[in-house]
Design a protein around this ligand. Structure first.
Ligand SMILES: *[C@@H]1O[C@H](CO)[C@@H](O)[C@H](O)[C@H]1NC(C)=O
Ligand SMILES: *[C@@H]1O[C@H](CO)[C@@H](O)[C@H](O)[C@H]1NC(C)=O
Ligand SMILES: *[C@@H]1O[C@H](CO)[C@@H](O)[C@H](O)[C@H]1NC(C)=O
Length: 462
């Protein structure tokens, strides 16, 4: 290794070291002299307090570790010789007296024309999914130099506030990610209006006691919107974005009206795993699904599967959905069966069906739409639905446990999937790769004996 690095020219080493995760780059540069030289020119700098401060230590130790971290930052910045930076990231907890080092970091990054800037002051222990009004406040303001830095392409601010009215110089800013702070809908609109080329906006654990409404005017350039466990005023959620292609929503389905008016929608991801009750959400959920039915990739969760049949239609949407790849996070509990049939029946162009086994949402006020005979369910309610006859070629099943309900569905797909080409069954494994349910392989192998409607079908078990 040593010789290898000493043979390479510095320019190449700078490229290599800039591609490494910063932590690895620092480690390697300690080992190899030539890399140490190259690391002074690296274009990718990441200062992360967690590399230095260990959460399980005493307060005094952590104070010392923090000081070492700050000294490391200062020394690194002083020794850096490069003139350009691609990425700069600073993650640190909010302590007194760090204002100066933050300014120093931001000055360092903006003078080197950084393209991707991350300022993350969120506490690493803030991970809960249930965000309330007032939960998080941004302690730091984004330093003034940043507003003047027109070359920025990606900006991530966690627990760091900004003044949307001053975000007027970002002529190439494409992607913004905001998290762990109060974020007014007015600020979101201001940000979108002032940054005209902004394509991607993500929000994580943000809150504001306003209704979430975005209109056509401010969303002209927006192609991707991610709302990850945020809290806005319930009841109404409306996005009217003509060019939006990707929409991801994780959190509460606490709206009587949830409208997404986006004729270009390609991919939608809905995860309401935090929900625990029906609250008569069947109708609003159905209406939103209608809005999203033009998407070609759709991911839904156990909650959607259980609640959708309590809307106006139980077993099929009134018109066809355009979904070609359907991903269902489901437990395959019988409470989800009608919802699963709803989607398979509604998607006549479905080419790929992915099932990811996950825990069921236990809903307190369970409303079973109708009684059915479990073993006959798929024959009775899927029949020869359109996609089974003409489009469904691929089934992926992740987290297979060998439960009866899993086999009922898979058997039916094998018997009735006339154009199926592959079914891949991935047995549920733990983190170390051990198969979790002892009989699962045997039950999966039983499926190999089922009579196949498609001659070209290959079933793999792994
Ligand atoms: C589905 O499950 C995967 C893996 O468990 C998870 O990462 C993803 O966020 C879930 N998505 C939805 C829409 O439920
Ligand atoms: C979305 O849904 C609303 C109400 O359900 C409806 O008025 C609107 O026409 C729909 N828009 C699209 C693009 O589907
Ligand atoms: C369900 O259907 C199967 C097959 O037709 C039948 O053998 C079984 O008795 C039925 N079960 C109930 C509870 O009706």
């Amino acid at each position: 290794m040593k010789d290898f690095f000493s043979l390479l020219p510095l320019e190449l080493l700078v490229i290599i070291i800039s591609l490494l995760p910063f932590k690895e780059a620092v480690k390697s540069s300690v080992l190899f002299k030539n890399l140490l030289k190259a690391s002074k020119f690296t274009k990718n700098v990441e200062f992360n307090e967690l590399f230095f401060v260990k959460p399980d230590q005493s307060d005094e130790t952590r104070q010392v570790q923090r000081r070492v971290f700050i000294d490391f930052i200062k020394t690194w910045i002083e020794n850096h010789k490069g003139t350009v930076l691609d990425k700069f990231s600073l993650k640190m907890s909010t302590q007194a007296n760090v204002g100066e080092v933050i300014d120093q970091c931001v000055g360092f990054a903006t003078q080197r024309n950084v393209k991707e800037l991350t300022l993350d002051f969120a506490d690493s222990e803030w991970e809960e999914h249930d965000v309330y009004f007032g939960d998080y406040d941004a302690i730091f303001d984004m330093p003034k130099q940043v507003y003047a830095h027109s070359g920025l392409e990606h900006l991530k601010l966690y627990s760091c506030c900004f003044i949307e009215a001053e975000m007027r110089n970002f002529h190439v800013l494409k992607e913004v990610s905001l998290g762990w702070m109060k974020l007014s809908v007015t600020a979101i609109k201001g940000l979108l209006s002032n940054c005209r080329v902004l394509e991607s906006l993500s929000m994580k654990r943000c809150w504001s006691s306003e209704r979430f409404r975005l209109g056509q005017e401010e969303t002209k350039g927006l192609k991707m919107l991610v709302i990850d466990h945020c809290r806005f005023e319930f009841d109404v959620f409306i996005v009217n974005a003509l060019n939006l292609q990707i929409f991801k929503y994780y959190g509460w389905m606490n709206f009587n009206i949830m409208e997404i008016q986006s004729p270009e929608m390609e991919e939608a991801d809905l995860d309401f795993a935090v929900e625990y009750s029906y609250h008569r959400r069947g109708y609003p959920l159905y209406n939103m699904m209608k809005n999203l039915s033009i998407a070609s990739i759709l991911t839904v969760c156990s909650y959607v599967l259980q609640v959708i049949p309590s809307g106006p239609e139980q077993l099929r949407m009134e018109h066809d959905m355009c979904v070609q790849h359907l991903i269902m996070n489901a437990s395959l509990h019988e409470d989800e069966f009608i919802g699963i049939a709803f989607f398979i029946n509604s998607c006549p162009m479905l080419g790929c069906l992915t099932i990811q086994i996950c825990p069921k949402n236990d809903l307190s006020d369970c409303e079973e739409p109708f009684y059915f005979n479990l073993t006959r369910f798929w024959a009775d309610f899927l029949g020869d639905c359109e996609c089974l006859r003409s489009s469904l070629e691929e089934v992926e099943f992740d987290g297979y446990r060998g439960h009866k309900n899993e086999n009922l569905l898979l058997e039916y797909l094998i018997i009735k999937g006339f154009v199926l080409k592959s079914i891949s069954i991935n047995l549920m494994k733990d983190d170390s790769g051990m198969i979790m349910e002892s009989h699962s392989r045997q039950h999966a192998e039983d499926l190999l004996q089922v009579q196949r409607a498609s001659k070209n079908l290959e079933i793999t078990i792994s």
